[in-house]
Design a protein around this ligand. Structure first.
Ligand code: GDP
Length: 889
């Protein structure tokens, strides 16, 4: 084993022969099975166990639940079969970063994506594109990863759905088209957004274009046609270009059509090049003319597409022959002989179990790992090729002025390059997984230990190096003493890791919380914080069952916070410890980790609570008197329509730009500055020469932040508004509604913080405040009998139905709906019970939605008392939970 690690460490040195990839898919589409199969190629586990032994899942809980929850990486070595003497066989080191499939774990998918240059996207050919397939395709696109597509579970089409080879071909074409359409939709969405910003405000007014309305989106589409040429965009996934493979991970086989070209070129007497193109699509072999012809020369449809004739037919024949009731004339050994397989023994061919014989034949004929790893080497970039297009996703453009930027861009591994490592997460690994044992004096927690998992982006990380940990308040210098290669279940100590490779570093406990940039120079760009698809939306309060265990719980929470890139911690005024997670499954895992690994004490957990936000619907302001003269005014206005994340970000930028422009104008006589905080912005302005601003700027910022953290409705964060704080040297009129503070001379920064916060909260209260709630996209599968019951459950939970469709030929209905997170608890279970298991649901965080009812409204339109004000109920619920005052109804 150690020798294999030495070989791999050696391989890391030739960056051109390194690939960093992740495997992405909807849950259950076969990631783990495929990865195990790839690992088996390397000889670490034997062939027969592959598929049944789950190598990547090293946590007990993952084994139990069957959901891969923690990423780990594994190094593989692949030597391509050289087909020409001029290009000798080259071996490539392929680092596979595993990522979980459950929708709750988007953050971990992000972590994996950050460290990768390419992605294998798996689609179950029977299930097709599912909600998470959509999400991971989007993620691969956003992260600028080069993707390859694998159609998995081909065997199910043969044995379960009994598709004919031709039906299979048609289905595969349809699926490929669907996936490519999704990818081009992301592109055109980007173009639409670009076009939206191209249209100046003036244009918008003239053309009366408002992007919230569908007709106008069509106008934008016209605009696009005129201004942008998208017609030449080629499909992202193309069988001809070699980035699509067909597989049965469970049965251990896979292929790319091009691998058949050479074989059939000889047999059919046509050129290998023509065949490469002809093995996918509507191309047919014309036996009389011995030519490959198009559809026109197959008018009555008698000829089969080459893909069917040359590839699918033989596979189907083998599966047929393995069938117990097979009555054809060619048995498995005869068929195997016609394939001229050399790597299969007579014993394997003649074993009594037909299925085992079939698997032996398929694995020998179309070994999965060769097809997939060949595709990786052929279609995915090495770190040097990848950095030019990946870097804009990893670093800010303005970083390009920093010297180390160039080393990162070039993936420079020379000894004079700056060493730059990005630690993307802290992983708790079992002590037993560390080969050679734990170094004396290193920090451990029970039977596990934290290591930082990351990638070297420039230079060479060596044991004994002095390195700065950047990104905190102050850079800290440390000496690297524990360097590992991570291979699934094992951690193998190494002396150095050059640029372009993955690594794990021990001894970072005290200096890295979740992620960090490590560098040999203080002049180094920082890797941006992760862009998460999900939000921390579900939370629980935790407390020890026995009060004396409190210190252990606190330590456990600290460790959990470190181990999970996505969990959030909060201590409430009441002293409660609140833990936020991405969804029910994620939350459950966090609690289990806390109980069994990190705190190891009995813990009481509150019912799940939901996060809200607060916003406003109109503009408004409130004044505050300071001393006898000055009045401080906080004005609030809405930034943009809530809901569309991308537009939100864009418009915030736009807004900042106009604000900056305005400020420039104002600057002549005003002293002003801007604060930016997610989708909230604020500006502070005062008269020139005003010393108040100079003295209290920091306090005002703090007051603003406090107001943003806790809005007036129920102490939930404010969102989507712009706050302007002004100092007016205005006299106070008798009828002015003001808050008095007569101690002009005594003002201290604490008071300024408090009244800034209060005046902003008052301004919000005067601007028709609203609660904003988190919404899931629910994808529900059900049958026609269970349809009514399903709608009843959805109706009770305030959902918006988006669409209902029927999956062709199956009688299965698919419903898309938005479901408030607040009403989602136990949804899947209720649905399952009510419909006796006929319905199932997948939930994924979608967006934030403003509740369009005033939480303070007491009377209905008819003047009668309003009994069903949802916003009020939610507000009261949150206030009660937080120990805030709740008005009597
Ligand atoms: P993951 O959630 O994406 O990691 O999926 P797994 O690898 O755990 O696979 C989910 C289920 O699908 C398991 O029961 C596998 O045995 C099964 N599976 C995986 N690949 C195949 C395949 O190619 N054919 C069939 N029939 N089943 C498969």
């Amino acid at each position: 084993m150690q020798r294999a690690v030495d070989i791999l460490a050696d391989k890391q040195k030739s960056t051109e022969h390194v690939r960093n990839i992740c495997v992405l898919a909807h849950v259950d589409h076969g990631k783990t099975t495929l990865t195990d199969c790839l690992i088996s190629h390397n000889g670490f586990i034997n062939q027969k166990q592959a598929g049944s032994l789950r190598m990547m899942d090293f946590l007990e809980e993952e084994q139990r639940r069957g959901i891969t929850m923690k990423s780990a990486s594994i190094a593989l070595q692949y030597t391509s079969q050289s087909t020409s003497s001029s290009s000798p066989s080259q071996s490539t080191l392929i680092n596979v970063i595993d990522s979980p499939g459950h929708v709750d774990f988007c953050s971990e998918v992000s972590t994996a994506a950050r460290l990768s240059d390419g992605a294998l996207v798996l689609v179950d050919v029977c299930e097709g594109v599912c909600v998470q397939t959509h999400a991971v395709l989007r993620q691969a696109w956003e992260e600028k990863l080069k993707p390859c597509l694998i159609f998995n579970k081909m065997d199910r089409l043969i044995e379960e759905l009994k598709y004919s080879p031709f039906e299979t071909y048609e289905r595969l074409r349809m699926l490929l088209h669907e996936v490519n359409s999704l990818m081009s939709a992301f592109e055109s969405e980007k173009f639409i957004n670009q076009a939206d910003t191209f249209l100046s405000a003036e244009d918008k007014r003239n053309n009366n274009i408002n992007s919230d309305n569908n007709e106008d989106v069509e106008d934008l589409a016209e605009y696009l046609d005129d201004h942008l040429d998208m017609t030449d965009a080629e499909d992202v996934f193309s069988v001809e270009r070699g980035n699509v493979a067909f597989a049965s991970a469970m049965d251990g086989w896979a292929f790319r059509p091009e691998q058949f070209a050479r074989l059939y070129a000889e047999k059919l007497g046509c050129s290998e090049k023509a065949l490469k193109k002809g093995l996918w699509g509507d191309w047919f072999y014309h036996p009389k003319s011995k030519r490959i012809v198009g559809k026109k020369l197959n008018p009555n449809g008698k000829l089969k597409p080459l893909f069917v004739q040359c590839i699918l037919d033989p596979i189907w024949k083998l599966y047929d022959a393995a069938d117990e009731y097979y009555s054809g004339d060619k048995d498995l050994p005869t068929l195997a002989k016609s394939l001229k397989l050399t790597s299969i023994s007579e014993k394997e061919l003649t074993q009594s179990n037909k299925r085992m014989t079939l698997l032996a034949i398929m694995r020998s004929w179309l070994p999965l790992s060769s097809a997939i790893l060949e595709m990786v080497v052929h279609s995915l970039p090495n770190p040097v090729e990848a950095m030019p297009f990946r870097i804009e996703r990893l670093l800010y453009p303005s970083d390009s002025k920093i010297a180390a930027y160039d080393d990162i861009l070039k993936c420079n591994k020379s000894s004079d390059a700056t060493t730059v490592v990005f630690i993307s997460k802290m992983v708790a690994v079992p002590l037993s997984s560390i080969h050679g044992g734990v170094r004396e004096g290193s920090e451990t927690h029970g039977d596990s230990k934290f290591v930082g998992f990351g990638r070297v982006f420039a230079g060479i990380m060596k044991k004994g190096d002095k390195i700065f940990v950047l990104g905190g308040d102050e850079p800290t210098e440390i000496i690297i003493s524990e360097l590992y290669l991570m291979m699934g279940q094992g951690m193998f100590p190494v002396d150095e890791v050059p640029s372009g490779n993955l690594l794990a570093i021990g001894g970072l406990d005290k200096v890295v919380l979740k992620s960090s940039t490590l560098s040999s120079s203080l002049e180094c760009p920082l890797f941006g914080s992760m862009m998460f698809q999900a939000s921390a939306i579900v939370k629980v309060a935790v407390e020890p069952e026995n009060v004396q265990d409190m210190p252990l719980l606190l330590e456990g929470l600290r460790l959990l916070n470190r181990a999970d890139a996505f969990v959030e911690m909060e201590v409430m005024d009441s002293g409660e410890h609140v833990l936020s997670a991405a969804g029910e499954v994620h939350l459950e895992r966090c609690i289990n980790d806390l109980r069994e690994r990190f705190a190891r004490v009995p813990i009481r957990v509150s019912k799940p609570l939901v996060n809200f936000k607060e916003g406003i619907t109109t503009a408004g302001f409130a004044d505050y008197k300071i001393g006898s003269k000055k009045v401080l005014r906080a004005s609030v206005e809405r930034l943009l329509v809530v809901g569309d994340k991308e537009k939100e970000e864009e418009k915030v930028d736009e807004k900042e730009a106009t604000t900056a422009e305005d400020e420039k104008k104002k600057k002549k006589n005003n002293n002003a500055l801007n604060i930016e905080l997610s989708s909230i912005s604020s500006s502070i302005s005062g008269n020139s020469g005003d010393t108040f601003l100079d003295d209290f700027e920091e306090s005002i910022r703090l007051g603003f932040q406090l107001a943003c953290e806790r809005g007036p409705i129920c102490d939930e964060p404010l969102d989507n508004l712009k706050v302007t704080v002004e100092f007016l040297d205005a006299p106070i009129e008798d009828n002015d509604e003001v808050n008095n503070n007569d101690d002009d001379e005594q003002l201290n920064s604490g008071q300024v913080i408090t009244f800034t916060r209060d005046v902003i909260r008052q301004a919000v209260m005067k601007s028709n405040p609203r609660l904003i709630e988190a919404m899931y996209l629910a994808v529900i599968t059900t049958t026609s009998e269970a349809l009514n019951g399903t709608y009843a459950v959805l109706g009770r939970r305030r959902s918006d139905i988006l669409s209902e469709s029927i999956r062709e030929g199956t009688g299965v209905f698919i419903i898309h709906a938005y479901l408030p997170v607040a009403t989602s608890f136990g949804f899947a279970d209720e649905l399952r019970k009510l419909t006796s298991g006929a319905s199932s649901a997948q939930l994924v965080f979608s967006h934030w939605k403003e509740l369009d009812i005033d939480p303070y409204q007491k009377l209905g339109e008819d003047g009668e008392e309003l009994t069903d004000n949802v916003a009020r109920d939610l507000m009261d619920m949150v206030r009660k939970r937080k120990g805030l005052k709740v008005d009597e109804k």
